[in-house]
Design a protein around this ligand. Structure first.
Ligand SMILES: C[S@@+](CC[C@H](N)C(=O)[O-])C[C@H]1O[C@@H](n2cnc3c(N)ncnc32)[C@H](O)[C@@H]1O
Length: 234
């Protein structure tokens, strides 16, 4: 069983990436947030669950030193290929690493990052215990006063509405048929937040600067996510 990973979700994404599941653009909410977060050029930023690499490339183009961590080795090659093919002249080459199910620490030294982004993936750990372990690691590798932005699914998300409840705030849903068009098994598990006090409980080791949300509701998809702006006050 994975320490910072959920086996079912890792299997689903492995399948999806083999089927060339990809994006060719950064997430619009993250683009907006990247404008608002004041980072000095050359800041060290971790994109946890960097996946398609598009958000990471967006930050790298701003002159930041990017570190990407995901569960699939294939993503390292795919992202570096995008950078090469687009002929991007980045000030810093991104450092991409792959987390395995046995890893019990994130592969970075204490106090490394000025900024950590975890967009649409912490909930994929599908376990409160694992999320606490990951947040403890975020705290360790973040510098004092580092900003951390984490998005989490809420009770209003279609996963909670249409998914199967597994207990302990976790749901299961195979979203392949509606949104992602990945043929075959794309079954994930998700940890859902249901209230402000739930958020305060889960993120109690950080200063919560703001609890926002983004949402989309069309084509049968209801994508409500909380956006948590945290500070690592240590
Ligand atoms: C919905 S995609 C989000 C991708 C990207 N962050 C974005 O905003 O477009 C989820 C990504 O998180 C990764 N992921 C899921 N669980 C993870 C874990 N425990 N550790 C690291 N990455 C994980 C998946 O492999 C996948 O690439």
């Amino acid at each position: 069983m994975g320490y910072f990973t959920d086996d079912i979700t890792v299997k689903a994404y492995k399948h999806a990436f083999k089927k060339n599941y990809d994006h060719s653009y950064p997430n619009e909410n993250i683009v907006r947030i990247s404008e608002a977060i004041k980072l000095r050029p050359g800041s060290k930023c971790l994109d946890f669950g960097y996946s398609f690499g598009e958000n990471l490339i967006h930050f790298a183009k701003k002159g930041h030193k990017m570190f990407g961590l995901d569960n699939h080795k294939i993503l390292e090659k795919k992202t570096l290929k995008k950078i090469k093919e687009r002929n991007l002249k980045l000030k810093f080459e991104p450092e991409l690493k792959t987390l395995t199910k046995k890893d019990k620490k994130l592969p970075y030294k204490n106090n490394t990052f000025d900024f950590i982004l975890a967009n649409q993936n912490v909930y994929l750990l599908a376990s409160e215990e694992k999320i606490f372990k990951l947040l403890k690691e975020f705290k360790r590798v973040a510098k004092k006063n580092a900003e951390i932005v984490i998005t989490m699914m809420s009770q209003k998300n279609w996963v909670a509405r249409d998914g199967k409840y597994l207990g302990n705030n976790c749901y299961e849903l195979d979203p392949q048929s509606k949104l992602n068009r990945v043929k075959g098994n794309f079954l994930h598990r998700y940890y859902i937040l249901n209230s402000k006090s739930h958020i305060e409980y889960l993120f109690r080791d950080f200063k919560i600067n703001e609890i926002g949300h983004f949402d989309n509701s069309y084509l049968g998809v209801h994508g409500h996510h909380y956006v948590l702006f945290l500070k690592n006050t240590k």
